[in-house]
Design a protein around this ligand. Sequence first.
Ligand code: ADP
Ligand code: NA
Length: 350
Amino acid sequence: EFKELVFSGVQPTGNLHLGNYLGALQKFVALQDSHECIYCVVDLHSLTATLVHEDLAEQTRSITAAFLAAGIDPKKHIVFNQSQVMQHAELAWIFNCVARIGWMNRMTQFKDKAGKDRENASLGLLAYPSLMAADILVYRATHVPVGDDQKQHLELTRDIAQKFNNDFSSRIADLCYGVEMDVGEEKVNGFFPLTEPLIDGPVTRVMSLRDGSKKMSKSDPSDLSRINLTDDADAISKKIKKAKTDPEALPSEEAGLEGRPEALNLVGIYAALSGKTRADVLADFGGRQFSEFKPALADLAVDKLSPIATEMRRISADPGYIDSVLREGSGRAREKAEATMKMVREIIGL
Ligand code: ADP
Ligand code: NA
């Protein structure tokens, strides 16, 4: 059996928003009591968006500060940035030779980001999921907390692991590097685990506050569409007050949220921030108007997010401390990644 290990990453691009918090950071924090965790600022991934990126180091520190401010303990767990551990890039190259172009072409994130002129997209954008698989599998991580948008990339990570395990099964067996795992009904011996995403919770995809059909995102031109982790209480209240809703009162049961994406989103956000289920929230607010629910949601969001923003500012004032956390974390990560790569090189005969 593989030892349970959690890995996840966040790109150093733009400010973190409530979607990143509920889809990622809040889960990262919750998992650290029960699991060994590795949390990474994936700076190499961010090169797929903009290669020339003057404030990359600054953005990397800012995401690190958000990790720490949210409550991740860098003494118990590993916090580092991807480019400091070159084994990620090495394994990604090997995975580029394992994965098929057709697998990459099917990724919806690639199609969205590449747009119409796909021939002109960077090769890095196409190969992004291969680097993501390497980030995870270089630690042989078994669990990845992510938002719903990353589900397809996690499936691809499993496909890469499975193909590597199959292609090299006799080498893996000869070297006794296989670990037993369950694949459906069967027990098989493989080198890489078939990593599971951890996506559940009351809101797996936080939607834009202005349009219930789009995910909340850093790249949305409307600042009213998202709550940034660094927004102050006034900004948070204003954005929730202006959030798009419908004229009905809140239903008292979940079935009543069907066909009401904006209501579903706000109830999900309330549930996730308060640690309740959506059913609990509707038991409290069913029958009430948004004019009553929104101020309660704004108070809750301010309560949860403003201490994080304050802590982020405090930590960011000491870049030397942040750099020391990243340096120390990178050292620990490198040791683990190199242990895997020694075996991988042997398996493939390098
Ligand atoms: P973004 O998608 O904002 O560019 P990243 O790709 O760095 O940010 O994603 C960081 C984490 O935040 C990932 O686990 C991703 O699934 C999660 N995430 C991003 N947007 C949302 C959202 N709107 N709802 C839930 N999770 C999200
Ligand atoms: Na994303």
